[in-house]
Design a protein around this ligand. Structure first.
Ligand SMILES: Nc1ncnc2c1ncn2[C@@H]1O[C@H](COP(=O)(O)OP(=O)(O)OP(=O)(O)O)[C@@H](O)[C@H]1O
Ligand SMILES: [Mg+2]
Length: 265
């Protein structure tokens, strides 16, 4: 082998070694991916929904009903646009007084997000005095948010999965007459932070107590990314609506829903 041949062979070996090193560097991941936490639904108790209760409580967005009715489709689209656009993950639904339609809207919105746009949703009942999410869905939970806050029952035991893919519910299992401070406690704040960060692709919807009748509703609202105000057409007094608008001004207020409106969209 003459000098030139030897030089060419060495150059070829060097090039192949260099290419092999590049290939190895490219396929090896920089670091092992973090182990994903076990998904909640696997550990979550399942309860079937009651079609009769859904019907009775005007849950119009239901499995097997095809595409959602127009009004909830519009609401869901607007909510998704606002939340995705600003990277929001948690949403509170409140209203001036009792009976304005908060729970009806929270459940229909959660169903629409889970069924129509395949969005994972956690629906949290925070109305300790008048919990009704489980009643609307026809579920009988053994424990809920009240047990977590007052009796240290682990949150995984309090979650219930209705027979709808992508929807998990955190109910209030036992109503409490004297619950005015619970939403404002550090334990509740810690839970809100945990629920927000645990699953990045999940939207958390809080069915809240009214804004004007319970002190701790306003205390809790800064802990969520966005707030929707439900106003009942012909029922909510204008003074109440103004009072709510003043309380929410300059905060994470996303908009108002006119419920039970006499005007068609
Ligand atoms: N758009 C609507 N049309 C007709 N009935 C409605 C409408 N929205 C709500 N309702 C009815 O009004 C009642 C009160 O609604 P809902 O329980 O959703 O209000 P809420 O604000 O959650 O009340 P609370 O403050 O007591 O929790 C329920 O019987 C519900 O079925
Ligand atoms: Mg309600």
């Amino acid at each position: 082998m003459d000098k030139l041949e030897k030089a060419l062979q060495k150059a070829r070996i060097d090039r192949e070694r260099a290419l092999a090193e590049v290939a190895t560097a490219t396929v090896l991941p920089l670091e092992a991916p973090p182990a994903a936490p076990p998904p909640e639904p696997e550990r979550t108790a399942t309860q079937p929904l009651s079609p009769a209760e859904l019907e009775r409580h005007r849950v119009v967005v239901r499995p097997g009903r095809g595409e959602t009715v127009d009004l909830f489709r519009m609401l869901r689209t607007k909510v998704m646009q606002q939340m995705q656009g600003a990277g929001l993950r948690t949403l509170a639904i409140t209203s001036p007084q009792y009976g304005d339609g908060k729970t009806t809207i929270a459940i229909n919105l959660a169903m629409s997000l889970a069924l129509d746009v395949k969005q994972t949703v956690l629906l949290v009942d925070t109305d300790m005095r008048k919990p009704s999410v489980h009643e609307f869905l026809g579920m009988k939970p053994e424990c809920g948010l009240d047990d977590y806050l007052l009796r240290d029952v682990p949150i995984a035991k309090c979650l219930v999965k209705p027979n709808i893919e992508r929807l998990v519910v955190l109910p209030v299992a036992h109503s409490l007459q004297d619950s005015s401070e619970l939403l404002g406690t550090p334990k509740m704040a810690k839970l809100a932070a945990e629920l927000k960060t645990r699953y990045p692709d999940r939207i958390v919807i809080y069915d809240m107590p009214p804004l004007l009748t319970q002190d701790d509703t306003l205390a809790f609202l800064p802990l969520v990314d966005g707030v929707l105000l439900v106003v009942r057409d012909g029922v909510s007094p204008i003074a109440d609506v103004r009072a709510c608008a003043e309380s929410l001004a300059g905060r994470n207020f996303l908009g108002t829903i006119l419920n039970d409106s006499r005007f068609s969209a």
